[in-house]
Every structure is written in structure tokens, then in C-alpha cells.
Write a protein that binds this ligand. Structure first.
Ligand code: ADP
Length: 614
């Protein structure tokens, strides 16, 4: 609608202009035809340049008609019609040509405008594109490295305005990290000389003092065989570098530990193998990479692998004992801890396996178990002997009394009374039986005393160490620290290892019991070993010194009696058995109160040399 109105308006303006001119010249006298024509051409030119060819042609037609109608016959009545037509035709052609020229000029100016706009738009698009790149696009002189272009990302990456990059000829060099200056300059020089692109990483110092790691993809512009400019794309890789450093440090940390640690994917391919694993299993990290750990290590599991695997997925961890086979074929028992790693969405990523070699500990545990079993057995045998000996001691007296009484009765009975014959006979039997019982008990007692078994040459330091190991757990639980000071070079003694261990064990357990009531910080037990020159023969003394309740003078004499105990659960046999064992070894077992709190129980055993001489 608006277009139609616009068109009508323009046509009306053009027609009005022509009629105006006709009216103007209509009153003028003697007007020249050329002046009229030139005037009528003015609106044609104006319309053509302002509104285009279509309006110009209309204007031309109106002007020509007006020229013909208003002026030709009137002005040139003297001229014949052929000339009139010639003038009219010339006006028409001039009008059309002028219209076309004006239109062309108009179009060219419009094209020039469009080209200018296009160039500006292209420039803007280029700038937008370069600025949108997640990196700094730059160009610099190949010789001086002075920047001739840098994208706005530079400002965001390092904080310096882009104008500063362009203004300062040595900007790049000045803001390089001092440690990277030489290497980066060398690479840029190589790019210039070799005319080949390079990929380089270096640090720059940002405006706020931060150190920024940049990866720079540098290329070279060669003109006439000469490198004239360098161009590049710098990408901020600080985060990646930081992650890499973190990972490396973590891997280094995992390498510091002696545990064998490896990581495997959920498909069981090894991706990490620390130095501990190299040392324990014998395969290097390169050899292990990508392998399936269970196949490589011929793992023996305590439960089906699938069960363990589902436990790990469910609880995120698993712990247990595994048996592995090393590269050299040796078996190794490990305490294994598996930890599941998940990504941020919770999808299982990998399993970290931390293995601690417990082969020796297992062997020691087994030996200790065997020793404990042996000790229990020895204790049983000795207890039996001691009980028997005690019974024998207790029974001997009444038996002796029976014998005495029977003898007395016999002495009192008159010989000639035949009715008393039977009584005599019976009493004789009593006496005989009692003697026989006594003899039997004596034999059992002798047997009990002789129950000491194999004697070998022993180092008491070893015996003490073995017993200390046996009692270590109990000591920790009961907050007692055990300190041993038994020189390894003490003279050897001749003895039964198990029995001597049993004696020491008994003394240590008693000492720990005696310290149950004292403050935890005071629960200290010292086992000392010394050569002993007090006695008649060279001996070795091992003493167990505690800071417990100590010994009362009135109890001291009874400690070694069988069944003497002050403990609610005590049997009162330990010290009695111990003394009988030590005496059977030709030694002495002593109990002394300390100067300060507690008591000291000592074993004195003749040296092997002294025993042999005896
Ligand atoms: P039990 O330990 O079964 O009581 P023992 O024969 O080993 O039997 O000990 C007898 C008693 O000797 C103990 O009940 C205790 O009263 C006393 N005794 C043993 N060792 C110590 C010690 N280190 N300090 C104080 N008293 C002790």
C-alpha cells in the first residue's frame, strides 16, 4: 500500500515539476528552445539519480510531451515541422541517455557502498572469529619478534591489554618466565631458520603475577624464500600442567611406599604398576602394562573372583589374603586391599590394589603357633609331674605314720597269745602295704623330677627374644612395655629350650599380672641378661624386673610352694614348676623385692662349659 502511494507521489511530483516549468516559460517571451530543453532535462536527471530508471523514463516521457505540446509549435512557428520533430526527437534521446547515465552513476555509487559495507562486515567477522578462538592468535616479525597482531583472548589469558602487546617491541620476551626464556627463544629461532612449524610449551608471567603455562603452535610466513613473519596460536594449558604435576606427584608418592600397588581397569588391564610392585613381583611397569594381573601373578583367591568383584562394586572396597607367584616362580602371600575408583557420574573406572607382603609374618605366625602348642604340651607334662610330686610329698607323712603306728602295735602285742596271731599278721600286712605305697609314690616322684628332656646348647638371648615375641600381643593389650637387654654374646648354656621358654614365659606373665593394678605409665618390664660370677661356678643370670605390687616378706618363702596363689584364677603351680625345671638344669630360681616398686625374679644357669665340667 505504501509502495503504491509512494509511486503515485513521485509521479505526481515529476508531472508537477514539468507543468511548473511549462507555466514558468509560458509567460516568458522569446524563450529559446535550448533553454526550455535544458530546464526540462533537470527534473529528468533529478528523478533518475534519486529514484531510478523507471521514474526517469516516465519523467522523460512527460517532459517530452510537454516540450512538444507547450513549446514546439509556439516558439518555432517559423521553423518547418521536420525541424520540430528533429528537436523533439533530440530532446527525447538526450533525456533517455541522461537518465541512463544518471542511473549508472547511481548504481555504481550503490555498489561502492555495498562493497564498503561488505569489507567492514568481513573485517568484523574475522575479528569475531579470531576472538572466539579459545586461544591467543598472534603474528610477529620473524626477526625482532615484535607483535603485529594479537587477538583479544590475550587480554583474558594474561591480563595485559592487547595494545601493550603491539606497542612494546619486546613484550613477549619480557614476560616470559625466566627459566623458559632461553629454550623458547631457541625454538623460535629454529622455526625462523628451518621454516618449519613447531609446537612448544613455556610459561609466561601474567599481569597479576600468576605463572601461566602456554602451548604455542608456531608457524612461519615465507616470502621470497625468507621467513618474514611468525604466526601462532597460544593455548592456556596451566590446568592440564597442574593435573599432570599432581598425577606425577601422586605416582611418585605411590612409588615411595614399599607396598606393591597397581591399578587395573574394569576389564582387568593393568594401567599403573608402582616400584613396590616391580620389587615384589619382578616384572617392570612396562612388562606389566596392559596384562591381566590374575594371570600374570597366578593369583590364588580365598573366594571365587566373581564374589570378590561384586563385593568391590557394592562396597567400594575389599580386603583379604592372596597368594601370588613372582616372576622367579616363588610364592608370596599378601594382605590385599582393593579400592574402587569411580568417575564423577559414579561409573566404576578402575580398581586400585594395594598389596603388602606378609609371607614372613605368616611363616613366623605358624612357627609361633607350633611353639605355643609345644609349650602347652610341656606345661601339661610338667604340671602333671608337679601335682604328682606334691601328692607324694603330702601323702608320705601319713603313710609314714601308718607304718610307725603299725610297727608300734606289733611291738606292744605279747608273743604267746595265739588269738593275737591273726592281728599281728594283719598289722604286718598294713606295714608292708604302707611301705609298698610309699615306695610307689617315691618312684613316681622320682619320675616327675626326671621329666626334663633334651638338653642342647642354647643362647639365652634367643630364648628371651622368642618368649618376648610370644608375649608381645598380651603386653600391648595390657599396656605394658617390655624392654630386653640380653647381650647376644652371653656364654651358651645347656638346657631344654621349651622348658626354659616355659619358665621365662611364666615369669613374664606373672610380672604383667603384678602390674595390672599400677598406673599405665608405670607398667614397664625389663629383661636383663648378665654373666654371673657370684656362685661357685660360672653362670648366666636372666632377670625379669617389674614395677608391680612387689613381694611381702611373709609371702616370700611360700611363693615356690605348689598351689600357693594370691590370684582369684591362679593355680599356684607356675613358680613351683619353674623352680623344679631350673633346679633340674643345675641352676637356681630367685625372687627379690626391688629397691623401688616391684619385684625381680632371676634364673641362674651354669654355663654349658661349667655344666660339662660338672
Ligand atoms: P599363679 O600365677 O597361678 O598364682 P605362680 O606360682 O606363678 O602361680 O605364682 C604364685 C604367686 O606368686 C602369685 O599368685 C603371686 O602372688 C606371686 N607372684 C608371682 N610373681 C610375682 C611378681 N612378679 N610380683 C609379685 N608377686 C608375684
Amino acid at each position: 500500500m505504501r509502495t503504491i502511494a509512494n509511486t503515485v507521489l513521485r509521479l505526481a511530483i515529476g508531472t508537477a515539476a514539468v507543468l511548473g516549468i511549462a507555466a514558468l516559460y509560458g509567460y516568458a517571451v522569446q524563450v529559446r528552445l535550448a533553454v526550455v530543453a535544458a530546464t526540462l532535462l533537470l527534473p529528468v536527471l533529478f528523478v533518475s539519480s534519486a529514484w531510478g530508471l523507471r521514474y526517469a523514463l516516465f519523467q522523460c516521457a512527460i517532459s517530452t510531451l510537454a516540450y512538444n505540446y507547450f513549446f514546439l509549435p509556439r516558439i518555432s512557428s517559423a521553423v518547418d515541422t521536420a525541424w520540430d520533430w528533429m528537436a523533439w526527437f533530440t530532446f527525447l534521446v538526450t533525456g533517455i541517455t541522461a537518465s541512463q547515465l544518471a542511473e549508472r552513476a547511481r548504481r555504481e555509487s550503490r555498489n561502492a557502498d555495498r562493497r564498503r559495507t561488505d569489507a567492514v562486515a568481513a573485517q568484523q567477522r574475522f575479528t569475531d572469529l579470531v576472538d572466539a578462538v579459545e586461544g591467543v592468535v598472534w603474528e610477529a616479525d620473524a626477526d625482532t619478534l615484535a607483535c603485529s597482531f594479537v587477538s583479544r583472548q590475550a587480554e583474558r589469558t594474561l591480563g595485559y591489554p592487547t595494545e601493550q602487546w603491539l606497542r612494546e617491541p619486546a613484550f613477549w620476551r619480557d614476560h616470559l618466565h625466566p627459566d623458559d626464556r632461553a629454550q623458547a627463544a631457541r625454538v623460535f629461532e629454529e622455526v625462523r631458520i628451518e621454516k618449519r612449524p613447531r609446537d612448544i610449551e613455556y610459561r609466561m608471567i601474567a599481569a597479576d603475577g600468576r605463572v601461566v603455562w602456554l602451548r604455542d603452535l608456531v608457524s612461519v610466513v615465507v616470502e621470497n624464500g625468507r621467513a618474514t613473519r611468525l604466526r601462532g596460536l597460544m593455548v592456556d594449558v596451566t590446568r592440564r600442567k597442574y593435573d599432570e604435576t599432581m598425577l606425577r606427584e601422586q605416582a611418585d608418592l605411590l612409588n615411595v611406599t614399599h607396598d606393591a600397588i597397581f591399578v587395573r581397569t574394569m576389564d582387568d588391564a593393568i594401567t599403573f604398576w608402582n616400584r613396590g610392585a616391580e620389587a615384589l613381583y619382578g616384572w617392570t611397569a612396562e612388562e606389566a602394562a596392559g596384562k591381566i594381573p590374575f594371570e600374570l601373578l597366578a593369583t590364588v583367591f580365598p573366594a571365587p573372583l566373581e564374589e570378590i568383584r561384586s563385593d568391590v562394586i557394592r562396597f567400594g572396597r575389599w580386603e583379604g589374603e592372596l597368594t601370588h607367584t613372582r616372576k622367579n616362580g616363588a610364592r608370596v602371600v599378601v594382605a590385599s586391599r582393593w579400592t574402587l575408583r569411580r568417575d564423577e557420574r559414579g561409573v566404576p573406572l578402575s580398581i586400585l590394589e594395594n598389596n603388602n607382603d606378609i609371607t614372613e609374618r605368616k611363616a613366623t605366625e605358624e612357627t609361633l603357633q607350633k611353639m605355643q602348642a609345644a609349650l602347652t604340651h610341656a606345661t601339661r607334662v610338667n604340671t602333671l609331674g608337679e601335682v604328682t610330686a606334691s601328692f607324694a610329698h603330702e601323702l608320705n607323712q601319713p603313710l609314714a605314720a601308718i607304718v610307725n603306728n603299725a610297727d608300734a602295735c606289733l611291738g606292744l602285742l605279747p608273743d604267746a597269745r595265739p588269738e593275737l596271731g591273726e592281728i599281728r599278721e594283719a598289722l604286718t600286712d598294713i606295714a608292708a602295704d604302707a611301705r609298698r605305697a610309699s615306695a610307689i609314690i617315691e618312684r613316681v616322684r622320682a619320675l616327675a623330677r626326671r621329666s626334663v628332656a633334651e638338653k642342647t646348647q642354647l643362647r639365652l638371648a634367643e630364648v628371651v627374644a622368642e618368649v618376648a615375641a610370644l608375649t608381645a600381643t598380651d603386653a600391648v593389650v595390657r599396656r605394658v612395655t617390655i624392654h630386653t637387654d640380653v647381650p647376644a654374646d652371653l656364654p651358651v648354656v645347656l638346657g631344654d629350650r621349651i622348658q626354659l621358654q616355659q619358665v621365662l614365659l611364666n615369669l613374664i606373665v606373672n610380672a604383667i599380672d603384678a602390674m595390672g593394678a599400677v598406673h599405665e605409665s608405670e607398667r614397664r618390664l625389663v629383661i636383663r641378661g648378665r654373666t654371673d660370677t657370684d656362685g661357685a661356678q660360672p653362670a648366666v643370670r636372666v632377670s625379669v624386673e617389674d614395677r608391680g605390687v612387689g613381694l611381702r616378706a611373709e609371702d616370700a618363702s611360700r611363693l615356690f610352694e605348689a598351689f600357693y596363689t594370691t590370684k582369684p584364677q591362679g593355680m599356684g603351680l607356675g613358680l613351683a614348676i619353674s623352680r623344679s625345671i631350673i633346679e633340674a638344669h643345675g641352676g637356681r630360681l630367685l625372687a627379690e623385692p626391688n629397691q623401688g616398686p616391684g619385684a625381680t625374679f632371676s634364673i641362674c644357669l651354669p654355663t654349658a662349659q661349667a655344666s660339662a665340667a660338672a
